[in-house]
Design a protein around this ligand. Sequence first.
Ligand SMILES: [Zn+2]
Length: 219
Amino acid sequence: MDSYDPHAIERKWQQVWEEAGAFATPNPDDPSVADKSNAYVLEMLPYPSGELHMGHVLNYTLGDVVSHVRRRRGFAVLRPMGYDAFGLPAENAAIREGGHPRDVTDRNIAAIRAQIKRMGWSIDWTREVSTAEPEYYRWTQWLFLKLYDAGLAYRKAAPVKWCPNDQTVLANEQVIDGRCERCGAEVEATSNSGCSRSPRTPTGCSTTWHCSSRGPSAC
Ligand SMILES: [Zn+2]
């Protein structure tokens, strides 16, 4: 048996798949998939706050196996890819790398896309999105306004974690042993009972947005 040369063999077949559009999936009303069952495979969208690591390789390889099995079983498999580009990880990356968040994010997305293509995962690249692009987040804003208009999104005081050093609210998972994961400062807990315990928040009051299927009156 000839030895396996990944550089030659994988590049060759990845190019064949790309030219054939092997993993592009038409919309359900397309005649080519009209008689097929549909499957949607999305593991998660990676944060473009760095490049992919071995944890991603495990995650997306498992999704790739599921996708291939379903295709072999006759499903029209939609497997998109995208980048979860807003939030503290992108902000931290920009601080760490010393650049504008837009530049750092775009650079990391280009690097991640190249890594994914080298891995040969079966992605429909016509379905690529980035949550930092206006053509994407206009829809999340649209959805929010729908919730707001229906009375299902409202503003009220609630307990939050506050980093006095970074002047920002933190998610629970961004607090490690009572300290901010970014800067190590002791995190302040604010109360939903009033404004007096969080004098340094920008508004002087810890308010946050909530979405609820029950509406404000139930809270
Ligand atoms: Zn902090």
